[in-house]
Design a protein. Structure first.
Length: 182
């Protein structure tokens, strides 16, 4: 929550972008079902606030205890970030990629485009800061809006300071991409 608060502060104070930081907790009772529980509440929030143009579902990755996800940005160690995109597709018995009917994502193309643009911008602005784009069969939260993302900020092996510090280059990368999109 602190990392999200810091991203909100940076976007509002440095870039003049109004942020609604929803602090719902959906993994109480276990991780299984968290996206179902989130999917019941977030659409209501988006309907109540139709001016929302981008949704960021922020997490930290789970990695091996000896893995450090850090990058040096402007002389400071920051947590690496990764975008996860759920493509709502799986391979059938013939090896053909097919939509997962019960997980529709009408925003898939725009979400993928945003992810690729963010990765390209981050690699230009801050080489080594953003990990690979992770594509998954599931859709997670990447269907909510045409500009939706699941952002992994470091992992359980990063410090809070590293995760918060990552929000400075992430915010600049995001604003760069959004300003190029008009």
């Amino acid at each position: 929550m602190d990392v999200g608060d810091y991203l909100e502060q940076i976007l509002e104070e440095n870039y003049g972008i109004q942020v609604l930081h929803h602090k719902g907790i959906y993994d109480e009772g276990g991780v299984n079902g968290a996206y179902t529980r989130m999917g019941e509440e977030i659409p209501q929030i988006l309907a109540e606030h139709p001016s929302i143009q981008i949704a960021i579902d922020m997490h930290r990755d789970g990695v091996g205890e000896n893995t450090r996800l850090v990058s040096n940005v402007d002389g400071r160690e920051v947590a690496k970030v990764m975008l996860v995109t759920g493509v709502s597709r799986s391979f059938d018995e013939n090896g053909d990629l097919q939509p997962i009917e019960y997980l529709p994502n009408e925003n898939l193309h725009s979400v993928l485009s945003l992810g690729f643009q963010l990765k390209m911008a981050a690699d230009t602005l801050y080489p080594g800061f953003m990990r690979q784009l992770y594509l998954s069969s599931w859709r997670y939260s990447t269907y909510m809006l045409p500009r939706s993302m699941l952002l992994e900020v470091g992992a359980q092996t990063n410090t809070l300071e590293e995760a918060k510090a990552a929000m400075i280059p992430f915010a600049r990368t995001l604003v760069t991409v959004l300003s190029d999109q008009g």
